[in-house]
Write a protein that binds this ligand. Structure first.
Ligand code: GDP
Ligand code: ZN
Length: 449
């Protein structure tokens, strides 16, 4: 265990009022602080009901105290949890008290960071803690939990182990230069290499699902006024998922909405709001919407099926980035007399719907899931981040290079590519990660976690 000299404290429950509020303390002073606040250190892992005292001895509140002795705690250090009444004033006084007794305020994610540094969690699991807390749908929560329980890490570890075994074989071949070519040409190496690459591919597919669950896809909603954009958005959102207009961490953004399609977040940028504006705040919103459009996954072009695509629609598409895939949503089929259905159009895919009655909306939902490669949040999905996918992608590339080097009979280079592939995989679980990256990852967590 890494001995940290300082003891950290934070309110672990969300701001505001609640039945219970928790102050969490971790570090070597936890039991000293318990003595001061409670008069004794509670027996490890047993609930203890006690008065909580301020530094001057007056009683602040009474509640339940829990003590976890290292290494049997979330952080791996001594941990004290004080469960008080959940009011901001009470919790602030309690936090001030533990700080007066020697703790300092924890930075965001610092408890998880200590858990990682003390080997209680690997990096992918620590990230899953944050993702579970932030998950926006049941599917996302389930896949975050799978990662937290170590499924993702176990798969990555098993890939790393297979790579190590192959490296050892290749490296031993290099040590016997006369036989090198034969060793490598025996076929075994290339078969193993291919099997490992396939296994990386499978993990990649599951991780991609997880990333979609976490981050979703961004579509640009376009079309002339009255084509039925708002109606379509409402129909797509369905009953169970209300339209969310708030983007976490920013001010309300009228140009963006988020709905959820069977657990996949769909970020919708409404181009109707993208008119010129003199308002500074609106200008900023518009600037950000254009930046998001640059990175969007798809355009949903809503057209009135009676009119079809005309100059007006082409003018809209001209303003959007080149190469952005288009789905033409032919709306109001009740008025045009065509049937709901799917097809393709010169511009891209076409889905015919009636936003007013909801006919064809299910088709559009499955179309969107299909074009994004989102399968029904299967049991196989892991909560994954861009960082994980990049590492898996880099490992795949090095495996491909290894295969080409192998064909050339260049054993040393094969070994080097395998080493690099292994290194990228190890970044996922944090065995091979810079302090800089660690800092950035934990910084984005909430305080008290
Ligand atoms: P937007 O300006 O593109 O957002 O269009 P709206 O969603 O506000 O719709 C414009 C008008 O078309 C409204 O009166 C809607 O009720 C109507 N509308 C939308 N979808 C349909 C549809 O599928 N069938 C019919 N008959 N009317 C529709
Ligand atoms: Zn690399």
């Amino acid at each position: 265990m890494i001995a940290s000299t300082d003891t950290i404290a934070a309110i672990a429950t969300p701001p505001g009022r609640g039945g219970v509020g928790i102050v969490r303390v971790s570090g070597s002073l936890a039991s000293v602080i318990a003595e001061r606040v409670l008069g004794r250190t509670p027996p490890a892992r047993r609930a203890d009901y006690l008065p909580f005292r301020a530094p001057d001895g007056s009683v602040l509140d009474q509640g339940i105290a829990l003590f976890f002795q290292n290494p049997h705690s979330f952080t791996g250090e001594d941990v004290l949890e004080l469960q008080a009444h959940g009011g901001p004033v009470v919790l602030d006084m309690l936090l001030e008290t533990v700080v007066a007794h020697g703790a300092r305020l924890a930075r965001p994610g610092e408890f998880s960071q200590r858990a990682f540094l003390n080997d209680k969690l690997d990096l992918a699991q620590a990230e899953a803690v944050a993702d579970l807390i932030e998950s926006g749908s049941r599917e996302a929560a389930r896949s975050a939990l799978r990662s937290l329980q170590g499924e993702f890490s176990r798969r990555v570890h098993s890939l790393v182990e297979r790579l190590i075994a192959l490296r050892m074989y290749v490296e031993s071949a290099i040590d016997f230069p006369d036989e090198e070519i034969d060793f490598l040409a025996e076929g075994d190496v290339s078969a193993h290499l291919r099997a490992i690459a396939d296994a990386v591919g499978e993990v990649q597919a599951a991780a991609r699902q997880g990333r979609l669950l976490r981050e979703g896809m961004t579509v640009v909603l376009a079309g002339r006024p009255n084509a039925g954009k708002s109606s379509l958005l409402n129909a797509l959102a369905g009953q169970e998922s209300a339209i969310v207009t708030e983007i976490p961490g920013t001010t309300r953004d009228i140009l963006r909405e988020q709905i959820d399609i069977d657990g996949m977040p769909l970020h919708v940028i409404d181009t109707a709001g993208l008119r010129d504006s003199a308002d500074r705040i609106e200008q900023e919103g518009i600037r950000r919407a254009w930046a998001a459009i640059e990175k969007a996954d798809r355009v949903l072009l809503v057209v009135d099926d009676r009119l079809g695509i005309e100059a007006e629609e082409r003018a809209i598409l001209d303003k959007l980035p080149d190469g952005l895939p288009v789905t033409v949503v032919c709306n109001k089929v009740d008025l045009s007399g065509r049937d709901v259905g799917e097809g393709s159009d010169a511009l891209g895919a076409e889905v015919r719907v009636c936003a007013r009655t909801g006919e064809g909306i299910e088709l559009l939902r499955s179309h969107l899931k299909r074009v994004m490669g989102y399968e029904q949040a299967g049991e196989g999905a892991f909560m994954a981040r861009r960082r994980h996918l990049e590492a898996l992608g880099a490992a795949t590339e090095h495996l491909q290079h290894a295969a080409s080097r192998l064909e050339e009979g260049a054993g040393e280079l094969v070994a080097e590519e395998l080493r690099l592939a292994q290194q990228h995989l190890s970044e996922i679980t944090g065995e091979f990660t810079s302090d800089d990256l660690l800092g950035r990852i934990f910084e984005s967590f909430c305080i008290g976690k």
